[in-house]
Design a protein around this ligand. Sequence first.
Ligand code: ATP
Ligand code: MG
Length: 550
Amino acid sequence: MAEIKEMENSNNFIHNIIDRDLESGKVQSVYTRFPPEPNGYLHIGHAKSICLNFTTAQKYGGKCNLRYDDTNPVKEDVEYVDAIESDVKWLGFSWDKRLWASEYFDRMYECAVALIKKGKAFVCDLNADQIREFRGTLKEPGKESPYRNRSIEENLALFEEMKAGRYADGEKVLRAKIDMASPNINMRDPVIYRIAHTSHHNTGDRWCIYPMYDFAHPIEDAIEGITHSICTLEFEDHRPLYDWVLQELEWPNPPQQIEFARLNLTNTVMSKRYLKALVDDGVVDGWDDPRMPTVAGLRRRGYTPEAIRDFCERIGVAKANSTVEISLLEHCIREDLKAKVESRNVIEDPIKVVITNYPEGQTEECEIENSREVPEKGSRKVTFSRELYIDGADFMEVPAKKYFRLYPGNEVRFKGAYFITCNEVIKNGDGSIRELLCTYDPDTKSGTPGADSRKVKGTIHWVNAEDAVEIEVRNYSYLMIPDEDGNNVLNDSSVEIKKCYAEKSITDAQPGERFQFFRHGYYIADSELTTEDRKVFNRIVDLKSSYKPK
Ligand code: ATP
Ligand code: MG
C-alpha cells in the first residue's frame, strides 16, 4: 500500500525504483544511456527517451552515455550521426561518453564463446523458416532443434568456422540453449548470432557474423556499467532474456532493464521508416520540414528546447501505453513563447482602408506595445497614414452575431491609433472588396487624455499601406489526420502559403527569430529561406482565438 502511494506521488515510477535501489544499496550511483540506431533522424518520441535518460542521471548526480546501437550492419549514414548529436545538444543535454556498440564486437564474440563453453549455446543448422516452425506458438510449446545436443567442441569449432566465413548467410546460427517449452517465446532457444556477409560502417569486412539485439544490448549496457537500462514497453517480454544473458555470463552488478510506455501523439506518426519514406518520396521537404515530428523539424518549425523538455516532463513516465494529445505540445510552446517574444502586426488577406478625413500626404507615429504579457518589453513606433491594410477576418459586410470588429456603420479601435468608423464599401467589378472608406476621430489617439472616453467593443490591428513589407507566411496544419476508422493518413493540404503585409520593422527579422503575429499566432523566420530580401515565416502554433468567423 505504501508502495502504491509512493508511485501515485510521482509521475515517474522509474525514479521510485531508483530511490529504492539507492536506499537498499543495490546501486551506489546512477548511470543511464540513450541508445539510438543511427538509421534516421530523432523524433519527438526519442526526445522523451532523451529527456528521461539524461534528466534521470542529472537528478541523481549520475551520468548518461550517448551510444549508437550499430550492431546491425546496415548502411549507417554520417548525416544521421551528426543530426543525432546536434539534436541531443540542442535539447540541452551533454553526454558522458559517446560510444559505438560495434566497438564491443570482440567482447560480444568472447561472450558467445563463453556461453558455448558452458553448454548454454549451440550452433543450429535449421533455416529461418524451420526455426519459426519449431518455435511453437503461445498455446503450444516449441520443438527442440535436432542440433541442440551438439558437443561443446563441435559447437566451438562450428562457431569459429561461422566467424571465418565458411558458411553462407542463413546457413547456420548460434542459439542460446534455454527452454523450448517456456511460456515466453523469447526464451525458446533464441538466435544470438547470425551470419551476414555485409560490410559494417565501422568494422568493415572484419566480421561476417553479427550479434542479435537481445544478446548485444545487455552486454553493451554491462560493459559501460549502466545501472538502469531504460527502454520502451515492447521489450518487456525480452527482459527475461536480458537477465538470462548477464546471469549466464556471470556479470557482477548487472544492469537492470526498466520499460516505460513509448510516446504516441495524435496526428503524428513516429516510425523512422515511415518518416524516411516521406522524405525519400518527396512528400515533405526533408527531415527538417517544419511539419515533421523530428527534433530537426520541430526546431525549424520554431519549437524551443524548453517547450519540448516541459512537454516531456508534463506527460510523465507511465507503464501503460496511451496516446497524448498533440494540443499539449502546442500548449507548451505557447506557454514558453508568450513570455519571450515580441508582437508584430501582420495582415493576412488584406483589405485596404482609406481614412477619408485624414490629410493626404500626412504620416504620424503610433506607439504599440511589444508584448501584452510582458509590459517590460516596452513599445515600438509604427507609422499611420491615410491608407492602411486590415485583416480580411476583421471586416464583415454583413456582421454575424456577436461580431465586434469592423462592419459598415461600426466604430472600432485601430490598435495603438484611433477610433475608426466604416462608412462605405467600394467594390470591384467582380463584386470583391476594393477598399473601405472610413473616417477617424482625431480626439481618440491611443495614449492621449480622453482617448477612450467612449466605449468601442472591437480592437483590430493594421499596417500602413505606404511602408508595409510583403512577407510570406506558411501556415501549417497536421501532416497526419485520422480517417473514418481513426487511422492516421496523410493530410494532402498540410501547408498554406500566403503573401501578407507586415509592419516595416519586420525587415530587421533575422533567420530563427520568433514573434507573435498579433491575433494570428507565433511565427519564426525560417532559418533556411529567410534572407535580407525575402522574409519567410513558419507558423509555430496558432493563438487560441475566442471567436473565428467563417
Ligand atoms: P522507430 O520505431 O521510430 O524507428 P526505434 O525505437 O527503432 O524508433 P531507436 O533509434 O532504436 O529507434 O531508439 C532509440 C531509443 O529511443 C530507444 O531506447 C527507444 O526505446 C526510444 N524511443 C524510440 N521511439 C520512442 C517513443 N515513441 N517514445 C519513447 N521512446 C522512444
Ligand atoms: Mg530500434
